[in-house]
Design a protein around this ligand. Sequence first.
Ligand code: C2E
Ligand code: MG
Ligand code: MG
Length: 568
Amino acid sequence: MLRNNDRFKTRNGKKLILVVEDELINREMLKVILEEDYDILFAEDGLKAQEIIEENKEFLSVILLDLMIPGIDGKHLLTELKSDTSTANIPVIVMTADQKSEVECLDLGAVDFIPKPYPAKPVILARIRRTIELNEDRQIIKVTERDNLTGLYNRDFFLQYCQQHDKLHPEKAMDAMIIDINHFRMINERYGKAYGDEVLISVGEQLRQYINDKGGIVCRRNSDTFLAYCPHLDDYDAFINSISMKLGNDSENTVRLRMGVYPDVDKSVEIERRFDRAKLACDTIRNSFNRKTAVYDKQMYEKEMYEVQLIESFPKAIKEEQFVVYYQPKFNIQGERPVLASAEALVRWTHPELGMISPGDFIPLFETNGLILHLDRYVWTMVARQLRAWKDRYGFTIPVSVNVSRVDMFDPELLESFRQLLNEYELTTSEFLLEITESAYTQDSNQIITKVSELRDMGFKIEMDDFGTGYSSLNMISTLPIDALKIDMRFIKDAFKENKDTRIIEVIIDIADYLKVPVIAEGVETEQQLTSLKEMGCDIVQGYYFSKAIPADEFVKFIEEEIKLRNA
Ligand code: C2E
Ligand code: MG
Ligand code: MG
């Protein structure tokens, strides 16, 4: 199909053939055989042939070459054609009465033979057609196996080549590597796309040279990520330093590389998984300024196996309700006595083999593979059910906030899920608060801001979680749709160290005042912290000082106490 469209150039709608033949009678015969199907050019000697080829190399589909010609002889011409990259792709069929030169000509790059005297017309036509088809197929493969920008292999072909390599050299120790450009997006934004492209081309070229030299291969996986499969290297820092040096002193400042290696790969591991391992290593130095290389090690292997175990046991865990929701109280501290204001729902996993697992171990993992969508819905349902139960039992409930992962914010069904949940359990948005981490706002700001605004339009109150870790700009903060700021607990910890310094907290409280939203401090553990925060004007406090997160049946003591105090 491809071959019938315009991909392959023709001069007059017919494919172009060059016949290099000194004898008139042979030229006449070939003309009769070919003219119906092809556009034909004739050269009666080597020099003329060179001229014609130079003029028409873009269009030539095949060259029929007589070996015995005046001027430059046929074999010489063939060698010349094949060593010039602009003509090497034109297939050459040799015509000769001398059967002995067949092998030699094949070695020189001829694709086929037409013996003399000529065989019957259909035989000649079939050979030519077949040669052209094969060659065009090869061109298509060539186009698709290369990355347009860098000329390196693309990912799919690269992986196939790796597998082929393993088949041919099963015993050879190989390294799987991934090479990334630090902050490439910034380079693109700051210096423009054309410069970014230049950077990619030169990084690709340097990697290709180095790795090819060592007997390996390189591809561009996507954007600014390169993969290399290479016989085992001893010194990865030397490798990366050498590449960085070659990129030039000037670019050394802007273009900084980072590499992860899975060394001496286990060849029973699927090829793509090997590069995943290299990436795992690479990710450990994502934000490191000093380290350029990281190697996949035993610890990472164990972590990987642990994570596989978690992922595999997830479906059963949901079915058997191994996930349990704990509640941690938040108190309003601005009045005379601390008033129970709400609670945060925090999930725990009581794993039958691994014991109690904290969310820090599985939430980030489930965010990378989408399982978080199921888990969060499960948690929200549990919370809704609990709120309903408290309301039924006490005729009253405090609101509970749930954590909404950034991944949830991309779920088109999110609003509908909440709507159904509130309907089913007859709850309102004033009883169900949402916590969204600040970094979600900064990473995918437009999408998140739109979603958050829709949630607020439904009546939800949004608490911005982990505030101070996401680096929102002041400019951005003032336009964000939020209803409360939750200061990340790291700031509380840092502020109350030996040299007490609460200035950052004061700044955050100022920001909240400016936005006219309350401030929640989490991770409050001591009376001293509580008193200081109260003085600074912090509204709500959550932390071990009051209680850690506890199961619902223990948490009721806070609700009952609150009811008692309110009625007193
Ligand atoms: P987060 O939302 O910022 O939750 C606060 C974390 O701080 C909780 O850890 C809580 O137990 C802990 N914490 C509270 N007070 C103190 C204190 O005084 N001192 C100390 N040292 N820690 C305190 P946890 O429960 O391990 O949760 C960790 C993170 O996991 C949460 O951070 C949240 O981002 C995520 N997470 C927890 N449950 C869920 C969930 O159901 N869905 C989603 N998407 N994420 C969740
Ligand atoms: Mg939270
Ligand atoms: Mg938090």
